[in-house]
Design a protein around this ligand. Structure first.
Ligand code: NAI
Length: 336
């Protein structure tokens, strides 16, 4: 029986990287029936709902998604479909592994960077509760709950325990937001006490940003509320070669949706320039989630080989290849 996976190519560079990821996953030999559902800023505008029903219906059937990015209008327009999807399916944990790729030259490639960010995915300033109190005075509500904070902290520590990770760093601004970030931090401390063999540290988000740039190799697991997790994910991506390569997973109790950290990259969309590594690496995570460890390793190692060789890389990481040439190289690397 093939696995059923909802494929949401999205818009911008989404369809280009999604096609590439599907070709690479299919080449591992794992049998997947892709249920392709279209989702774009245009469809959302027309359907007048942040998550159109056909997308939810498919995910409810398959419980598993591979998703490309979707454009969200800035300073107005509809609310983010990504935020809405994560809330609707209670995809409470956003997991983003960031590590040095073999052979890839970056400003930091002499260091061994290997960290995983655990970003709370359902609340904080992403609750979308904004209003104008009086003209020219607006308010955004930052929601932090014990339930969501405990869930992400427990998820991060359980992962650390399972994967033999040594240190968890909680990131906060509880010196200023004493109630909201204070609650998040208290939950992290409570969970940390149950895992005394895992080192637990706390860093204020501004200091964490500087430490990440100065000493990225000292970080192991980062545990963050939604907004800091979003920002520091891009920062961390920048340490290892950029958004073209960093994968992610949105995990809930009943559903899992795998998607890259990057957005729809309108500046390069439709030009065949996009780097599909991030969505391919998200697919590696998806295959592991399915228990298809051999296929997951096959794809992971093939990507590694292409980077180590360094001959067929896309422009964002210093190469000259286009999306298709890179994908062909990954597929060819699987067959050696
Ligand atoms: P972005 O991640 O789309 O692009 C930032 C920069 O990184 C651009 O220069 C882009 O060309 C480059 N880049 C990103 N992915 C790349 C790839 N795979 N290969 C090569 N270069 C790549 O971020 P931006 O410009 O802030 O957002 C664009 C749109 O994407 C916005 O509407 C935003 O809301 C949306 N977005 C959607 C996400 C999702 O659907 N999960 C996540 C983040 C942003």
């Amino acid at each position: 029986m093939p696995y059923k996976v909802t494929l949401i190519p999205g818009d911008g560079i989404g369809p280009e990287v999604a096609d590439a990821a599907v070709r690479a996953v299919d080449a591992t030999g794992v049998s997947i029936e892709w249920e392709r559902v279209e989702l774009s800023s245009k469809i959302i505008e027309e359907s007048k709902t942040s998550v159109p029903q056909h997308v939810l219906d498919s995910l409810e059937r398959t419980r598993l998604g591979l998703k490309g990015p979707v454009t969200t209008p800035v300073a107005g327009g509809f609310t983010s479909v990504n935020v809405a999807l994560r809330k609707k399916l209670d995809l409470f944990a956003n997991v983003r592994p960031v590590h040095t790729l073999p052979g890839l030259k970056t400003r930091f490639s002499d260091l061994k960077i290997d960290m995983v960010l655990f970003r709370e995915n359902t609340e904080d300033l992403y609750a979308g509760l904004e209003h104008e109190i009086v003209k020219d005075v607006v308010e955004s509500l930052k929601i932090i709950t014990r339930t969501a904070s405990m869930k992400i902290a427990e998820y991060a520590f359980a992962y650390a325990q399972k994967m033999g990770r040594k240190k968890v760093t909680a990131v906060h601004k509880a010196n200023i937001m004493k109630l909201s970030d204070g609650l998040f931090l208290r939950c992290c401390r409570e969970v940390a006490e149950r895992f005394p063999w895992i080192e637990y540290k706390e860093l204020i988000v501004d200091n964490a940003s500087m430490q990440l740039v100065m000493r990225p190799e000292t970080f192991d697991i980062l545990l963050l509320p939604n907004l800091y997790g979003d920002i520091l994910s891009d920062l961390a991506a920048g340490l290892v070669g950029g958004l073209g390569i960093v994968p992610g997973a949105n995990m809930g109790r009943d559903y899992a949706v795998f998607e890259a950290v990057h957005g729809s990259a309108p500046d390069i969309a439709g030009k065949g320039l996009a780097n599909p590594t991030a969505l391919m690496m998200s697919s590696v995570m998806m295959l592991t989630h399915l228990g298809e460890h051999a296929a997951s390793k096959k794809l992971h190692d093939a990507i590694g080989k292409v980077y180590l060789e360094g001959k067929t890389l896309t422009g964002d990481v210093g190469g000259k290849a286009n999306t298709t040439q890179f994908t062909d190289a990954v597929i060819a690397a699987m067959n050696y």
